[in-house]
Design a binder for this molecule. Structure first.
Ligand SMILES: Cc1cc2nc3c(=O)[nH]c(=O)nc-3n(C[C@H](O)[C@H](O)[C@H](O)COP(=O)(O)OP(=O)(O)OC[C@H]3O[C@@H](n4cnc5c(N)ncnc54)[C@H](O)[C@@H]3O)c2cc1C
Length: 472
C-alpha cells in the first residue's frame, strides 16, 4: 500500500452506519479520522433507546442478507465480526383469513418461502398454477447478473407482476414489506431483482436476516465506534504511518464545509471552530447536506435539483406493544395478507432475542407503510395505531388482555431515498463530484445497492477506495 501524507486527518460528518463504516475502513488502513455528530450518541437512524426497561429500536431494524450483508462485510474487513453476536430472523410466516386461499388446513398461517423448492411445495397460500407463474417471474430474476438488473432500474415491480392474481400479489406485498418497508408500486424492478439474487443460495446469497443477540440494532454502531476510537497510532504493516488517534465528537454539528478553488479547505462547527482538512466525508442524506453546508456556487443549480429529486423517502408508522404473555409462541415475523389489515408486518422481537425485554414481558412491533404526510399528524398516527390493535386482536385473541403499554412512532425517513424506478443504485447521489477535490459522500442516499443499513455500508465499501486514491 502507498504512503499517505503524515498527520493527514479526514473529517467525517455523521456517525450513522455509512459514516462509521467508512471511518472503520480508513482507520484499518492507518488513516486518522475525526467524526462530528450532531446527536448525543452514535448510530444515526439505527440508534436504540431504553423505554420501561425494554430496548426499543427505531421501528423494526434487522440486517438483510445476514452474514452476506454489506455491513457484515465491513465488520469482516476490519476484523471485528466476532464482536457481533447475531440472532437469525428466519421464522417468518404469512397470515391470511381469506376463505379463497387454497389450503385445506384450518390454520391461517403459511410458510414464507426461503427458496425455489419452498415456492413450489410450501407456498400453499396460492394455487399450484399461480406458483408456477410466480416462478416464471422469479427464476429469471434470481439467476441474472447484477449488471443486467440495471436494465430494469427504471421499471416498476408492479408492471412485472400485473398478470398475477391477488393472492400471489400479496406474496410480493410481504416481500416488499420485509425487504424494503414499502409497497410494490414504489419498488424498482431492478432493485427487487438484486434483492432476489442476493437472497438466492445458489448464487452464494441468503434470505435470512440477523438481529443483535443482546438487543438494540445500534450494537453494530457501538462496535464500529469502539473500534474506531481504540485503533490508535501503531500500524505494524509499515505502510501507512498517519494514525494519530481518532475522535468521535458528539453533540457537535458541522455547520459549514469550506471549499476554495475547487478544493476542500475545512469545516466549521456549531460553536464557530474551524477545523482545517483537505478531506471531508459527508455521511448524512446528501440532498440535505448540499443545501445546508455549502456556500452558493459550489454546486450548480442543475446538479442540486438532480440530487434534490432523491428527497422522496419511505414513511412508516410503527407501534411497540409490551405484553404480559407470549401471544405468539415461535414465529418471529408475521405478515397479515389482504387490504383489510392495516398491520402489514408483526414483529415478535422477544421471539428473536429475549434480551430486549425484562423477564415475563414481551415486545411486539407492528408496522405499516404510510403516505409521506401521515407521520406529521398525530391524529393519523393514533387512528393507524387503533386499527393495528384491532388486527392484532383478530389474529391473537389474547392480545388486549395482555397489553401492558404501547408506544407509537412515526418515521418519514426510513431510507433517505426511495427505491422507486429511476432512483436506485447508480442513479443516487455520486460519491464524489469531479470539480470539488477532497469531498466525498456516503450513506443510503448515495450510489449503492440494497436498502437501509445494507446500502449505507455498501456505499462506504464503494467509496473507500476512491478516498484512499485521493489521499495517496
Ligand atoms: C423506522 C426505521 C426502520 C428501519 N428499518 C431498517 C431495517 O430493518 N434494516 C435496515 O437495514 N435499515 C433499516 N432502516 C434504515 C436505516 O436505519 C438507514 O438506512 C441507515 O441507518 C442510514 O445510515 P446513514 O449512515 O446513511 O445515515 P444516518 O443513520 O441518518 O446517519 C447520519 C448521521 O449524521 C448526523 N448528522 C446530520 N447532520 C449533521 C451535521 N450537520 N453535523 C454532524 N452530524 C450530522 C445525524 O445525526 C446522524 O447520526 C430503518 C430506518 C428507520 C427510520
Amino acid at each position: 500500500m502507498d504512503k499517505v501524507h503524515k498527520n493527514q486527518c479526514v473529517v467525517i460528518i455523521g456517525t450513522g452506519i455509512g459514516g462509521l463504516s467508512v471511518a472503520a475502513l480508513l482507520v484499518k488502513s492507518g488513516i486518522s479520522v475525526t467524526m462530528f455528530e450532531k446527536a448525543s450518541k452514535v448510530g444515526g437512524r439505527t440508534s436504540s433507546m431504553m423505554f420501561r426497561n425494554h430496548i426499543l429500536d427505531n421501528g423494526f431494524h434487522i440486517m438483510p442478507f445476514y452474514k452476506k450483508s454489506a455491513i457484515y462485510t465491513v465488520l469482516k474487513k476490519v476484523g471485528i465480526e466476532n464482536k457481533l453476536k447475531l440472532s437469525k430472523v428466519k421464522n417468518i410466516e404469512f397470515y391470511s383469513n381469506d376463505n379463497n386461499s387454497n389450503s385445506s388446513i384450518s390454520n391461517n398461517f403459511y410458510r414464507y418461502p426461503k427458496g425455489i423448492s419452498d415456492i413450489i411445495f410450501g407456498l400453499s397460500m396460492i394455487p399450484f398454477r399461480s406458483r408456477i407463474k410466480l416462478l416464471k417471474i422469479l427464476l429469471p430474476l434470481a439467476f441474472t447478473s447484477i449488471k443486467k438488473t440495471e436494465r430494469w432500474d427504471t421499471i416498476s415491480l408492479t408492471q412485472a407482476i400485473k398478470c398475477l392474481n391477488d393472492n400471489t400479489k400479496s406474496f410480493f406485498d410481504a416481500i416488499c414489506m420485509l425487504a424494503f418497508a414499502d409497497t410494490p408500486e414504489r419498488i424498482s424492478l431492478g432493485e427487487f431483482a438484486r434483492t432476489i439474487i442476493r437472497a438466492n443460495p445458489f448464487r452464494g446469497g441468503t434470505s435470512e436476516f440477523g438481529y443483535p443477540q443482546d438487543g438494540g440494532y445500534d450494537t453494530i454502531a457501538k462496535i464500529l465506534a469502539q473500534y474506531i476510537k481504540q485503533t490508535g497510532e501503531n500500524n505494524n504493516n509499515n505502510t501507512i504511518t498517519t494514525n494519530t488517534g481518532n475522535k468521535i465528537l458528539l453533540n457537535c454539528p458541522v455547520t459549514k464545509v469550506t471549499v476554495k478553488d475547487g478544493n476542500v479547505k475545512g469545516v466549521t462547527t456549531f460553536d464557530g471552530r474551524f477545523i482545517e482538512t483537505n478531506c471531508v466525508i459527508i455521511s448524512y442524506p446528501a440532498y440535505f447536506a448540499i443545501n445546508e453546508l455549502f456556500e452558493k456556487g459550489v454546486f450548480s443549480e442543475e446538479f442540486k435539483s438532480k440530487v434534490n429529486r432523491l428527497n422522496r423517502t419511505t414513511s412508516v408508522v410503527e407501534v411497540h406493544f409490551a405484553l404480559s404473555q407470549r401471544i405468539e409462541k415461535q414465529r418471529q415475523v408475521v405478515f397479515p395478507i389482504g387490504d383489510h389489515f392495516t398491520a402489514k408486518g408483526i414483529f415478535f422481537i422477544s421471539n428473536i432475542t429475549e434480551s430486549v425485554s425484562p423477564r415475563d414481558e414481551y415486545l411486539v412491533l407492528v408496522g405499516t407503510p404510510v403516505s409521506h404526510e401521515d407521520p406529521a399528524k398525530s391524529e393519523n398516527i393514533a387512528r393507524i395505531s387503533e386499527l393495528m390493535k384491532k388486527d392484532l386482536q383478530q389474529i391473537y385473541p389474547h392480545f388486549r388482555q395482555s397489553l401492558i403499554w404501547e408506544r407509537p412512532m412515526a418515521w418519514q425517513l426510513v431510507e433517505s431515498v426511495v427505491k422507486e424506478p429511476g432512483l436506485v443504485w447508480k442513479q443516487k447521489m455520486p460519491h464524489e463530484v469531479s470539480y470539488v477535490k477532497g469531498l466525498f459522500f456516503v450513506g443510503d442516499s448515495t450510489v449503492s445497492y440494497g436498502v437501509g443499513t445494507d446500502s449505507a455500508a455498501h456505499s462506504a465499501l464503494l467509496c473507500y477506495p476512491k478516498i484512499m486514491s485521493y489521499l495517496r
